[in-house]
Design a protein around this ligand. Sequence first.
Ligand code: URA
Length: 236
Amino acid sequence: MRLDKLIERQLQTSRKQMKRLFLMGKVQVDGETVYQENKNVDSSIHTIQVDNQTLLTDDRYYLLNKPSGVVTANQDRLPTVFNQLRVEDRRVDLSAVGRLDRDTEGLLLLTSNGQLGYDLLQPKKKVTKVYEAIINAEVTAEDVTLFGEGITFHGGESCQPAKLEILSRKLEESYVRLTIREGKYHQVKKMFLATGKKVIYLRRVAMGPLTLGELPTGTYRPLTQEELLQLKPYFR
Ligand code: URA
């Protein structure tokens, strides 16, 4: 969470008192004096000391293996990604980092750390997203080249170069892995549509340093300490 909010909340300071603590050099993160009031911190990966007191955050980070049929929305008539959480893990401040289509499965990060979520989605951060997909046709070496050069959607919008790997293929169906660094609406489906092919199954298996691993579909788990440490560069 933001350092200024943490100080105000935990030390019960006024905004002015909080600002004074920064000005006086009393705020340290990982042993270094910081002056950036909106710095994003988490006490499981940062040592936060203010006026010699150690402050603790309580943000949550859940890695969900989203099943098909579930929507990435706060509220809907259909089951949502938040309904997948046990009641004791539901918090009003949780949000999804990006969205997966209703019929897409796979890795979705749910967190109460809105700043981290926002930063992971910034195009300039170029966070990789890896998808595995079944395509309704034979994906060819030519497609690999086209994706590598940058696909242009029907309608003219262009995508950055993407890495397409063919895992197996037959005339009527292919299994592929696609790595992209953007998050356009329906991006993967539209990329294949641009080559005249249709995605018939889609699953996200990785986002940045996070991977789905063997997490069963429809289940979730908190991020490990190691995973949070891997996300540390995104805490700005
Ligand atoms: N691209 C898509 O087309 N759909 C998703 O759910 C994610 C990426």
